[in-house]
Design a binder for this molecule. Sequence first.
Ligand code: GLP
Length: 241
Amino acid sequence: MQIISCVDYADMSRKAARIIAAQVQLKPHSALGLATGSTPIGTYKELIRFHLNEELDFSKVITVNLDEYYGLSPEHEQSYRYFMQHNFFDHINISPENTHVPDGLTRDVAKTCAEYDSIVASLGGTDIQLLGIGDNGHIAFNEPHTYFFAQTHLVDLNEETIKANARFFESEVEVPRQAITMGMRSILSAKRILLLASGSKKAEAIAQMINGPIDPQLPASILQVHPNVMVIADEEALALA
Ligand code: GLP
């Protein structure tokens, strides 16, 4: 794993955005694996700035998001589809049909998951997979005790994650209890992985991910087996590493 230490959130966001922008410039039809959460918002803002000020062109880019809450419609303000539209897609020249987020309202979960895996497979894996990390070391919605070789599947969110994500909802009872998430197998099929982390709440998980054993208890630890992982994190998140 390559560790890039940043002074703060803004520095982390700029560094991540520059790498993604370079990828898109070198290969205009890049496949980008994208993430939600508060961590990548600054990166998306930088990329929007590159698009508006430097004509970074997303017209041929294909995106595949990691996950979606099960039961939320694309119009729900806390759905990940809404998040992506609002924080990124609506501000760049990407073709709507090139953006993929799992369907949170599907009635046929198995079919939806299989179709999602086919999209990722048809791309030969994403060129860059952007990741955040949960306080408990989860990646996408692959919770502790995850099966490392799972593909896209429906998961029950654990209490810690429900509590952590409650800040985005009016109350904790409104947080969906399930989500559709890409599994670790699909995530590891990316050619390059950029994991972002900011703030002291992530320090324990980051230290274990880098220095601890590969253990399903800390899902991010499986990234140690991937040949091309860059951890872009601020000093607070790297404090225990
Ligand atoms: C959610 C998402 C993850 C994200 C995590 C951390 O659980 N499913 O993809 O990494 O939150 O979010 P934040 O960046 O807000 O700390």
